[in-house]
Design a binder for this molecule. Structure first.
Ligand SMILES: [Zn+2]
Length: 93
């Protein structure tokens, strides 16, 4: 299960997978005990903020699509409203 937090080892380039804050801290602690015994534990925590960015992108795309639909509808209405009237006028005359 993917989380939004991962820990970077303070001693080497190791980093945990995206996990929950608790799980990544636990995995980092295990890594530190195995690879850096006797060294004071140090790590950096990184949080992923992609979920919000993704939602924002979806909202922008949805708004653009809505705008496109509105514009297309307006164009269609103005185009189709005038043409049949002209045809009807021509048929009468
Ligand atoms: Zn390490």
């Amino acid at each position: 299960m993917a989380g939004n937090c991962r820990c970077w080892c303070g001693e080497c380039s190791y980093r945990t997978a995206w996990l929950s804050e608790e799980e990544s801290a636990e995995q980092q602690a295990r890594h530190f005990a195995e690879h850096h015994p006797g060294v004071a534990p140090s790590h950096r925590v990184e949080f992923r903020a992609k979920k919000h960015e993704g939602a924002g992108c979806v909202v922008v795309v949805a708004l653009l699509l809505l705008l496109l639909i509105v514009l297309a509808t307006c164009q269609y209405q103005s185009g189709s409203a005038s043409m049949p009237q002209l045809d009807a006028f021509r048929l009468r005359g």
